[in-house]
Design a protein around this ligand. Structure first.
Ligand code: NAP
Length: 244
């Protein structure tokens, strides 16, 4: 049985991706920053109900040593890591003039360094396997910028460069690396926005609706599938048409 490791998967987009990959037949390694993240949801039960194996691996993905241990633990538990989805991400929004150093550094560590950490260790497992799929969560903020998100958009633009570099470095080992760039998706992360911000965003979307978490999970499922075997180094925007 093939295994998928999804970071930040207790809730939101990560949980939807994990459930979708479970339905596709992968054993699932869930990850989040604390046991508490899993307390108010039933993602583990939902995944087990699909008939696959599922286990939770707690770690802070911004921490190099913790990620090294987690990847080792997942490999020991499941025998392989076939799909890695770098989904964990946070926002600490604020206009440039008021953004603190702490706001900037925290977002860089969680959103960007985590992708290095995970690709570094899970990538090594995949190189030995001579196969693997890495899918990174970028954002339209990384493609076009977004006021109040200098920290966040920096990480999401960086993830696009990292995706292409990993694709080039690991392609000859049968490993693909792609990114998806969601627009405005209804999750706890976007619940924090004001009604005014939400109305302004809706106005820019060609499809005149916000995205659902399953809109992202479906594209990730495709990128993990055999049909996407020759797709690498790409960024797929999933935004209902924000910019074309
Ligand atoms: P979310 O609902 O806030 O979920 C993110 C998850 O990541 C949470 O379960 C969170 O745990 C976990 N997490 C945070 N820091 C972590 C760490 N250091 N180590 C491990 N796990 C950590 O976010 P989402 O909306 O589903 O977003 C998922 C991804 O999609 C992110 O990379 C985000 O940037 C990207 N994205 C989202 C949108 C959108 O509209 N929602 C748009 C574009 C891109 P706790 O909650 O327990 O802290």
């Amino acid at each position: 049985m093939a295994t998928a490791l999804i970071t930040g998967s207790a809730r939101g987009i990560g949980a939807a991706i994990a459930l979708r990959l479970a339905k596709d037949g992968y054993d699932i390694a869930l990850n989040d920053i604390s046991e508490k993240s899993f307390e108010d949801n039933d993602i583990v039960e939902k995944i087990k109900a699909t008939g696959v194996e599922c286990e939770v691996f707690i770690c802070d993905v911004s921490n190099f040593e913790q990620v090294e241990k987690t990847v080792k633990d997942v490999k020991e538990r499941f025998g392989s890591i076939d799909v890695l989805v770098n989904n964990a991400g946070i926002t600490r929004d604020g206009l440039l003039a008021r953004m603190s150093e702490e706001q900037y550094d925290t977002v860089i560590a969680v959103n960007q360094k985590s992708v290095f950490n995970m690709c570094r260790f899970a990538g090594a497992v995949m190189m030995r396997q001579k196969s693997g799929r890495i899918i990174n969560l970028a954002s339209v903020a990384g493609l076009y910028g977004n006021p109040g998100q200098m920290n966040y958009s920096a990480t999401k633009a960086a993830i696009i460069g990292m995706t292409k570099t990993v694709a080039k470095e690991l392609g000859s080992r049968g490993i693909t690396c792609n990114a998806v760039a969601p627009g405005f998706i209804k999750t706890p992360m976007t619940d924090k926005l004001t009604d005014e911000q939400k109305a302004a965003m809706l106005n820019q979307i060609a499809m005149k609706r916000f995205g659902e978490v399953d809109d992202i999970a479906g594209v990730v499922s495709f990128l993990a599938s055999k049909d996407a075997a020759y797709v690498t180094g790409q960024v797929i925007e999933i935004s209902g048409g924000i910019m074309m």
